[in-house]
Design a protein around this ligand. Structure first.
Ligand code: NDP
Ligand code: OXD
Length: 313
């Protein structure tokens, strides 16, 4: 039996898509009557406090999110059940589209021209070619490494930073805490695609902003955060945008979502806010993913994209 616990997502659409793919399985939703002891698979998005209640025979947890921070911090998460996270071509494409769009916007001095237009001011300033601007990507997993590839193809100078060393074509790679400073000091546009872990919480703070390169991008360095709101210290972003430590910020994620109307981020200068839409897990690909994982598991094949709870992602 597969239980859908897709809080905030169209569960009915998922059930409809899954039915023909998993004909031999009973698919249940939380509001139906079923014996929780019979549930073998849990497909989950934003787990509620009772997400695991009575699920004593669970074999696999299928996360609809690429990020599993909410699952791993759940107090009732069964520790011995494997978690498979969502990895999907469309999700990856959309995330890289978001990163590229915002990096190009900062390269092409969009904040400046937007203000000039509002003031009916004709002032010619020629943005530099992409290769003069260095985009630094934090997190070089599924999403970060694709973003690097797309930024390299767009002509930027690209650098990346991750926990372990890597090789990515056309990019300079840094790893570990020792190389974080040198990574930041050559970065004009900083992209965050890290998972949310105790080590990465609050990483986007004022002290970090001061370490970014200041002399290339007119108006100051920019940040792009499409990972998790918990990565950013929002008061520090407002302060940095106001005092010019940062020239611009593109934010797709927030500490509290929806972003409260009272947040000073809404009015911060050159702050580009989107409502957690950089990349979405859609019912078509999500259902295909869940069905594939279950079928592979039942055929004795290894589970893909396994989360390591000790590592935190
Ligand atoms: P992956 O797990 O594939 O990659 C994580 C990367 O971060 C790895 O390169 C890893 O290093 C690196 N990393 C982890 N911890 C550290 C650390 N302490 N220091 C340096 N590097 C570290 O994740 P994905 O690329 O699939 O996704 C990244 C995040 O994007 C998700 O966790 C999720 O929060 C967010 N997301 C946001 C969406 C949105 O719509 N805004 C949509 C989808 C995802 P190493 O390679 O050495 O292991
Ligand atoms: C995810 C997200 O983690 O959409 O997949 O944020």
């Amino acid at each position: 039996m597969l239980l859908l616990h897709l809080e905030g997502v169209d569960e009915e659409a998922f059930a409809r898509q899954l039915l023909p793919l998993l004909k031999d399985h009973r698919i249940v939703r939380r509001n139906e009557t079923f014996d929780p002891g019979e549930v073998r698979y849990l497909a989950v998005w934003k787990p509620l406090p009772d997400a695991f209640a009575g699920l004593d025979n669970l074999k696999v947890i299928l996360s609809l999110g690429a990020g599993v921070d909410a699952l791993l911090s759940h107090p009732s998460l069964p520790r011995d059940v494997p978690i498979v996270r969502f990895v999907d071509e469309e999700l990856t494409q959309c995330m890289s589209d978001y990163v590229l769009c915002n990096a190009l916007m900062h390269l092409r001095a969009q904040s400046r021209y937007q203000k000039d237009q509002q003031n009916r001011n004709w002032s010619q300033f020629y943005p530099p070619p992409a290769w003069e601007i260095s985009v630094g990507v934090m997190g070089l997993g599924v999403l970060g490494s694709d973003a690097v590839e797309r930024l390299v193809a767009a002509g930027f100078s690209v650098r990346g930073w991750s926990r372990s060393p890597k090789k990515l074509k056309g990019a300079e790679i840094f790893s570990g805490a020792d190389q974080f400073g040198p990574f930041l000091s050559g970065t004009d546009i900083l992209v965050n695609l890290l998972p949310m872990t105790p080590q990465t919480r609050g990483i986007l703070n004022y002290d970090l902003f001061r370490q970014l390169r200041r002399d290339r991008l007119k108006g100051g360095p920019a940040i792009i955060n499409a990972a998790r709101g918990g990565h950013q210290v929002e008061a520090d972003i407002v302060r940095a945008l106001e005092d010019g430590t940062l020239g611009a910020a593109s934010l797709d994620v927030f500490n509290q979502e929806p972003l409260p109307a009272s947040s000073p981020l809404w009015d911060a200068p050159n702050c580009y806010i989107t409502p957690h839409i950089a990349a979405i897990s859609n019912p078509n690909s999500g259902a295909a993913h869940f069905a594939r994982v279950i079928k592979d598991f039942e055929a004795g094949r290894p589970l893909p994209h396994l989360v390591d709870p000790d590592r935190g992602y």
